[in-house]
Write a new protein. Structure first.
Length: 77
């Protein structure tokens, strides 16, 4: 998502599609727990795409905020 940039007109659809796809995969995982070894990586990838897209939007609006969030997360860890 970072390579697309905030100016990409399809960015919003990527974010919404990945978030909804993540929701569907999460619900499948909840109701079919035996599928969890296969659906968990798919869920992580979809949510990573959604979070990456949201981060691009926030980084464009507030420069430096994403790197601060990453550094503070690791600092807290």
């Amino acid at each position: 998502m970072w390579t697309r940039g905030a100016a990409d007109p399809s960015l919003g659809m990527w974010i919404i599609g990945a978030a909804l796809g993540g929701l569907v995969v999460a619900l499948v995982t909840v109701f079919k727990a035996a599928w969890a070894p296969y659906t968990t990586p798919v869920y992580a990838a979809l949510e990573g795409i959604a979070l990456g897209g949201i981060s691009v939007v926030f980084e464009t609006r507030y420069p430096g905020i994403v790197s601060q969030a990453v550094f503070l997360t690791f600092g807290t860890l």
